[in-house]
Design a protein around this ligand. Structure first.
Ligand SMILES: Nc1ncnc2c1ncn2[C@@H]1O[C@H](COP(=O)(O)OP(=O)(O)OP(=O)(O)O)[C@@H](O)[C@H]1O
Length: 413
């Protein structure tokens, strides 16, 4: 088990991680989610003893990483897949890590098979695509057959087949009773891979719960309501009526209204009483991705001016005064306002109102990382992550597609 207690890390005036306490349990995949710069990599580096906490502490199996006996056999980590000596072949890279940790050479061939790189094992890794680099990093993490595994963005650069492979590998490792801690920006992928989620924003804990609970609490429903386009005053009238009845009303890009906090029958009755004709009244389920975006949007540090065009910022509510701009300290209601956890907004008895409411070998088994650090090789800064929308395409140095999609020997079993 990994246990963090009051973990805080400051870099000068910048607080990267603040008072984080959580546990990562064995036998489950725990997803570690947060926007860019939220402190995921810093937390992982502190777990691996590569960064010292300013205050608080973190242990693995009850010991700080640096005090773990035979760490490479107990903990494996993928932190930065690009931090590999490109002049070496995949096999010799793994062999050198194995030698540093007293791991027999036959294990190198085993893990090359597990990650599907056996046919390119003697090729220099500088010719590897991003996806192949990720596979090599995962092989390094598995080298010591450790019980605790940390993966920082393991699906970066992987194609859909690779993403599926990583998903199955994580699940398999957890089913063997191992502790698997995986960071990602991709809520949708984590919803499929993880059993438990730890979500952070600006270094603070936002959620620590099972995926099941996260879905139940956050992917709330809403109603879409549309009035005749030819009569905009009807839309305004309905919006006022619904708001007065305690609903939250937001405009949709196509001119419809998104309503939360009111049951569908109540919306219908209120429209009827106000003599407003409806062309659409339909229930919708907000996606988990959207729920995650809502939870973390107040904690997003880097936001493109193009976000508005891409629909990644919340539209202002109807009647919003743009001069009164709020800078929230905590997550707040975004595109939609979900009902309190467990409440079905469409139930006939639903209330009319809702309360306002690196290291060069950082890819390597972590122990080898420490060993290479001791050998005087300094850690590289974490690379900027790609946008969350889709896996990054293979880099320009991508080899023949056959290499990328190669099934691992594990797949074949
Ligand atoms: N060595 C450092 N010196 C100064 N600031 C740092 C250092 N490492 C990280 N930070 C800052 O700490 C914050 C958290 O960074 P971190 O890399 O942990 O976030 P992250 O969640 O992993 O981000 P991403 O998803 O983009 O990889 C950022 O603001 C980052 O700029």
């Amino acid at each position: 088990m990994i246990e963090a207690v009051g973990l805080t890390k400051r870099y000068g005036a910048k607080t990267a991680v603040y008072d984080l306490s959580f546990q990562v349990r064995p036998g489950a995949v725990t997803g570690f989610l947060g926007p860019n710069g939220s402190g995921k990599s810093t937390t992982m580096r502190m777990i691996l003893g590569l960064d010292q906490p300013t205050s608080g502490h973190v242990t693995i199996g009850g010991h700080p990483f640096r005090k773990l006996p035979n760490a490479p056999r107990q903990v494996g980590a993928l932190l930065d897949a690009k931090a590999v000596h490109g002049g070496r072949s995949a096999r010799s890279h793994l062999l050198s890590l194995a030698q540093l940790s007293g791991i027999p050479a036959r294990r190198v061939d085993e893990v090359l098979g597990v990650v599907g790189l056996q046919d390119v094992a003697r090729r220099r890794s500088k010719g590897f695509s991003l996806g192949m680099g990720q596979r090599l990093g995962i092989a390094a993490a598995l080298l010591g057959d450790p019980q605790v595994l940390l993966f920082d963005e393991p699906v970066n650069g992987l194609d859909p087949e690779g993403i599926l492979w990583v998903r199955n590998l994580m699940k398999q490792l957890a089913s063997e009773g191992r502790t698997v801690f995986v960071s990602s920006h991709l809520m949708s992928e984590m919803a499929l891979t993880a059993d438990h989620l730890i979500v952070i924003g600006r270094g603070r804990l936002l959620a620590d719960m099972s995926v099941k609970d996260f879905i139940a609490h956050n992917s709330a429903g809403f109603a879409r309501v549309r009035t005749p386009q030819t009569e905009p005053q009807q839309r305004e009238k309905l919006s006022v009526v619904l708001t007065e009845a305690g609903g939250q009303v937001m405009p949709e890009p196509d001119g419809a209204l998104r309503v939360t906090g009111l049951a569908l029958p109540a919306i219908s009755d209120l429209a009827h009483e106000a003599d407003v004709r409806l062309w659409e009244l339909s229930p919708h389920q907000a996606s988990l991705e959207e729920a995650y975006m809502r939870m973390t949007q107040a904690a997003v540090d880097y936001r493109s001016t193009e976000d508005q065009k891409a629909g990644l910022m919340q539209p202002p509510p109807l009647g919003h005064d743009p001069s009164a701009v709020l800078v929230p300290e905590a997550p707040q209601q975004g595109w939609y306002a979900p009902p309190p956890p467990g409440r079905n907004p469409y139930a006939a008895d639903a209330p009319a109102t809702v309360p306002p409411g690196r290291n060069p070998y950082a890819t390597a088994a972590a122990g080898a990382t420490a060993a290479t650090a001791a050998a005087g090789v300094t850690a590289a800064p974490a690379p900027a992550a790609p946008p969350a929308a889709a896996p990054a395409p293979a880099g320009p140095a991508a080899p023949a597609p056959a290499d990328l999609t190669k099934s691992s020997t594990e797949d074949a079993r």
